[in-house]
Design a protein around this ligand. Structure first.
Ligand SMILES: NC(=O)N[C@@H](CC(=O)O)C(=O)O
Ligand SMILES: [Zn+2]
Ligand SMILES: [Zn+2]
Length: 463
C-alpha cells in the first residue's frame, strides 16, 4: 500500500500558502488552502500534514559534492549512513565523490556505489567518476564506460586532488563533451600548497601553521576557464573559496564560458580566525579564508556568479580529527546543516529568497549533474505532474548542532554547539516519506513498506 500525503497550508518556494497532494510518486494537486480533497478521516491510506501556513515546500535538495566513503572507509561513513544523513538534511539526491578505495574510476565501482544507494533507498545516489586512474593524475580513467554504465555518470572529478596536468585536463574536457558530461575541478595548485595546513595570511603567521595561498586556487581556476573556453566544454569549479576566484568566474561567464561554480556552507559562514583554537574540526580543503572572502562568496552566490551550494560533506572518524592540527584529516560534515547555514547567511540576511534557495540547492545542481530530465528527474520544482521529490522546512524553528546526535556516522561538524535556524520536518522521495517529524523513516527500498506503524509520528507533525 502506498500512502497519499496531503500537505495543507504549506508555502511552495516560500510563496503563498497552498495545499499540495503527493500521490503515486507525483505531485497531483497544488491549489488554494482547503482545495485538497483526500482526507485521512475517510481514507486510511491518506496522511495529512498541517503546514500552518508557515512550513516551506522546496524541491528535494540535490548535492553535487558528497563524500560517502564507501567502499573503503566504512568506519567514517557508508552509503547507507551518509544517504540517511542526506535525507535528514532535506536532500533527495547526492553525487558521491570518487575518492573511495578502490577509486570510483571504472564502470564496476560506480555501479556498485549506485546499487548500494538504490538498495538503501534514502536518496538517489549519482556516483561521480574519477578523471584519472586511482586519482593518480597520470592516465585518464574510462570516462566513457562510466558514462554508459547503469550509474549513468555525468560528473567527473578527482576531488581531493587537483587535475593539475593541463594536457590531461584538456583531454578530459574534450572527452566528456561526447556524453554531455562535466569536469568538476578541485582547484589546488599542488606545488603552491606543499605542506600547507590553513589559509595563508595574518592568522597563519600568528598561529605558526604553514599557509595555503589563495592564488593556489585562483591560478587553477583561471587556467581551467581558459581551457574550457578553448575546447568548448563544460567546467565546474568545486568549493570555490576566495574573492578573486569569484572574480575569475564572473569574468569567464561574461565571456560565455560554460563554467559553473559551487560554494560550501562552511565557506559562507566561517573564517580562518577559527584556526586560532587549533581545533582540527576547522581544518578543511580548501581552507577557511578571510572575512573579505566570505563577503565575496556570499555576494557571488546572491548575484548568480556562484551557481550552487554544495556540502562537500567529508566525514572522518574521531581519531582522524580529534588530534593535533597538523596530523588531522581535512574535511567537515555538512549534509544535515547545509540548509540551515544557507538560511542563516543568505535568507535571514535578506540576500536571497526561498525561491533562490531552491535554485542553488536543488534546481541548478540537478541541471549541472544532468539529473533534471528523465523518469527519475530531480530539481524540477514543485508543479503538478512533477516527481514528488520535495522537502518541508520550518524556517521559524531552530536547533543547536551536536555532532554526536547527527545521523551521519561521523561527528566532525565545525558548527558544534551553534544555534541555527531552520529545521527539516519532512523529506519525500518520489512520494515516499524518508523523513517525517524531523526523523528518518526507516522504510528501506522503493516500495515504502517500512512506513506502516510510523503514522503516529506524522500526527505529531500535524498537531
Ligand atoms: N574537503 C576536504 O577537506 N576533504 C575532502 C576532499 C576534498 O573535498 O577535497 C575529503 O575527502 O575528506
Ligand atoms: Zn576538494
Ligand atoms: Zn570534496
Amino acid at each position: 500500500m502506498t500512502t497519499t500525503y496531503v500537505l495543507r497550508g504549506v508555502r511552495p518556494l516560500g510563496g503563498e500558502p497552498a495545499d499540495v497532494v503527493l500521490d503515486g510518486g507525483r505531485i497531483t494537486h497544488l491549489g488554494a488552502p482547503g482545495s485538497a480533497t483526500p482526507s485521512s478521516d475517510t481514507d486510511p491510506g491518506v496522511v495529512e500534514i498541517d503546514g500552518e501556513n508557515r512550513l516551506i515546500l522546496l524541491p528535494g535538495l540535490v548535492d553535487l559534492h558528497t563524500h560517502l566513503r564507501e567502499p573503503g572507509r566504512e568506519d567514517a561513513e557508508t552509503v547507507c549512513s551518509g544517504t540517511r544523513a542526506a535525507a535528514a538534511g532535506g536532500f533527495t539526491a547526492v553525487h558521491a565523490m570518487a575518492n573511495t578505495t578502490p577509486t570510483q574510476d571504472t564502470a564496476g565501482v560506480v555501479e556498485q556505489v549506485w546499487r548500494l544507494g538504490r538498495d538503501a533507498g534514502w536518496v538517489d545516489v549519482r556516483p561521480v567518476g574519477a578523471v584519472t586512474v586511482g586519482l593518480g593524475g597520470e592516465r585518464l580513467a574510462e570516462l566513457g564506460a562510466m558514462a554508459d554504465s547503469a550509474a549513468g555518470v555525468r560528473v567527473f572529478s578527482d576531488d581531493g586532488k587537483c587535475v593539475h596536468d593541463p594536457v590531461l585536463m584538456r583531454r578530459a574536457l574534450e572527452y566528456v563533451k561526447a556524453f554531455d558530461g562535466v569536469v568538476a575541478q578541485h582547484a589546488q595548485e599542488p606545488r603552491l600548497t606543499e605542506g600547507a595546513q590553513m589559509n595563508e595570511g595574518v592568522v597563519s603567521s600568528e598561529v605558526g601553521l604553514a599557509g595555503w595561498p589563495a592564488v593556489a586556487e585562483e591560478s587553477i581556476i583561471a587556467r581551467d576557464v581558459l581551457l574550457a573556453e578553448h575546447v568548448g566544454s563544460r567546467l565546474h569549479v568545486c568549493h570555490l573559496s576566495t574573492a578573486r576566484s569569484v572574480e575569475i568566474v564572473r569574468w569567464a561567464k561574461s565571456r560565455g564560458v560554460e563554467v559553473t561554480a559551487e560554494v560550501t556552507p562552511h565557506h559562507l559562514l566561517l573564517t580562518d580566525e577559527r584556526a586560532r583554537s587549533y581545533d582540527a574540526r576547522f581544518k578543511v580543503n580548501p581552507p577557511l579564508r578571510t572575512e573579505g572572502d566570505v563577503e565575496a562568496v556570499r555576494e557571488g552566490l546572491a548575484d548568480g556568479t556562484i551557481d550552487i551550494v554544495a556540502t562537500d560533506h567529508a566525514p572522518h572518524p574521531v581519531e582522524d580529527k580529534d588530534c593535533e592540527w597538523a596530523a588531522a584529516a581535512f574535511g567537515m560534515t555538512g549534509l544535515e546543516t547545509a540548509l540551515s547555514v544557507v538560511q542563516a547567511t543568505m535568507v535571514d540576511t535578506g540576500r536571497m529568497s526561498w525561491a533562490d534557495v531552491a535554485r542553488v540547492l536543488s534546481q541548478a545542481p540537478a541541471r549541472i549533474g544532468r539529473i533534471d530530465a528523465g523518469p527519475a528527474a530531480q530539481g524540477r520544482g514543485v508543479g503538478v505532474g512533477e516527481p514528488a521529490n520535495v522537502t518541508l522546512v520550518d524556517p521559524a524553528a531552530s536547533r543547536t548542532v551536536r555532532g554526536a546526535q547527527q545521523v551521519t556516522a561521523s561527528a566532525n561538524t565545525p558548527l558544534e554547539g551553534m544555534e541555527l535556524p531552520g529545521v527539516v520536518v519532512a523529506t519525500f522521495l518520489r512520494g515516499r516519506a524518508t523523513v517525517l517529524g524531523g526523523v528518518p523513516v526507516d522504510a528501506g527500498g522503493e516500495d515504502g513498506s517500512g512506513l506502516a506503524g510510523r503514522v503516529g509520528e506524522t500526527e505529531a507533525v500535524a498537531s
